[in-house]
Design a protein around this ligand. Sequence first.
Ligand code: GLC
Length: 642
Amino acid sequence: MNQAHLHKLVSSQLKEKDPEKLFNLRLATNLTLIQELFFSLYPENEHKDHFQNLLALLPKLFESRPGELKKQDLQRVQSTNWYQSEKIMGMQLYVEHFNQDLNGLREKIPYFKKLGVNFLHLMPITTRPKGENDGGYAVNSYLEVDKRYGTKEDLLALTKEFRKEGIYLMLDFVVNHTSNEFSWAKKAMKGDKKYQGYYYTFEDNTIPTEFEKNLPEVFPETSPGNFTYIPEMERWVMTVFNSYQWDLNYTNPQVFLEMLTNLVKLSDMGVDVVRFDALAFLWKKIGTISQNLPEAHNLIALFRMCLQVVAPGVILLAEAIVAPTDIVKYFGEDQKRGNECEVAYNASLMALLWNSIATKKTTLLYKSLLHVPEKPKDCTWINYIRCHDDIGLGYENQLIEELGWNPGMHRKFLLDYYCQRLDWSPATGLMFMYNPKTGDGRITGSAASLLGLEKGLATKNRQLIDQSIAKIIMLHGITLAFGGIPLIYAGDEIGTLNDYSFKNDASKKDDSRWVNRPMQDWETISKLDDRELPQSKIFHTLQRLIQIRKDNPVFADNNGVTLCHTGNDHILVFEKKGNHPQGLLVLCNFDEHPQVIESSWIKKMGYFTKGDPIDLVSDTKLIANSGLLELLPYQMIWLKKD
Ligand code: GLC
């Protein structure tokens, strides 16, 4: 049983729901774990005072949490896990690219309602350096809204409106690093020893050289190496991402206490889900790649356990774009099971779907997903196909080899297929961070461009256009049915193509991820009534699928997904079981040719029993000819069992 369940039990015992008393009970319930986690990172003999400080901080943080949110916290403690509901549909967007600023965003609530979206991830909105700032992931502050988006009051008005409208809000907490303009970094640069200790700074490069022996490079093209020399400070500082992003030093408990305060204050603005950015990197150790270390997990669980005491209605999302078997660990293992992050990006599914499109086969997808241990019941995935970042090819080499493929050659094929090195490929993606030393690279581009819509439109190739629409629907359809929160990237609902304007902007031109950070195309949206437009077909089909998801509890996440083998390597079939006897069978054809499945096989699964079943996606009866069910190229079928 995870701690959230204990809180539910404990609070249900209390007749009078006095927030103060409940806070004390939550603290008592989590205290042993908090203490163990704290002392595992900060040994007791040296850090008793810091632990005292933490104990003094928690009630203060609780006291300043707004009453309205405290009330909501209590309701959430009592209710079941809202984030696993079939009613949730997410969208990720850049506020300034969507409709200018926070007030502009508020005006677009009717658009979200029309599509069925009720969960928003807004990309960073706090202050950042003027020039390069990694799309706001170089933070000058954790709490101050950047002028371009509006004011803190605008944000508070927005979150209030969201609560009224039943829209959940996710914001980033860039927990691993600050910008070099953050107040702590500025003080460190001026020679303040206290703040130099908030980062990993070194007087010469002896220790950096030791670290570098094992550290990989995140941005090898634009920011090679993991350390930057700062002449003003006459010291080296660890900068794993860009040279202007300084890694926070969590071996210093003062950093943890300050960041916990920032985390709670961010939550106090009405945030429902906090996206823990780059959390795999939180702890560093010489001789390791300094990712996914056990201490990082303890630190995240410590944040979680403290936040749960102060603001139990707020949950955490793990942004861990790491190997499939490492991602699930961010839900917590052993004693921490279910006590780390409630939600994690399903980056493995995402990357495997792109592999299946390029290879037209689902073999690696089956192999890889079957290899991942099941997640804890109370946790869930964010299922997505595209986001603001690149697509990394983090498949497990051993599994690629088991299919008889050479991992290096296979990755090269994927880069060639998506990054315009093969004439016959329909994809028009760009390469990201190609490393000639290793041959490694990643892929960027919008979903529609990667799936052939850009090429189809440019060459007026009807078949290519239709196939790309089918692929766009199929991939999004999988994210809707897989169990978890489906997160659509703004613009993908209308098949937005690559935006090449970043090449003319000095602060963006070296980062090809900008090709998929387009302006929301309101002109196209105003024409969606013209049902013949490819964009309309995509929008209206997705809108319908989202509604089907919301109307059918079988789509809720309850760990009920089973992969089903059909013997046809081009097809993906999975069954989603509901809490009741209902079930949903999802069948997808990843090939450019029609493929068949024996209808007796589907019958055995318990579908196709009472005559010809209805496919929810096309809303037509499925007819099996000579015992075979045909799936058209890139067709997705949803069959429901009641
Ligand atoms: C996350 C963000 C990415 C950013 C990085 C560093 O991975 O998604 O955009 O570059 O963190 O903050």
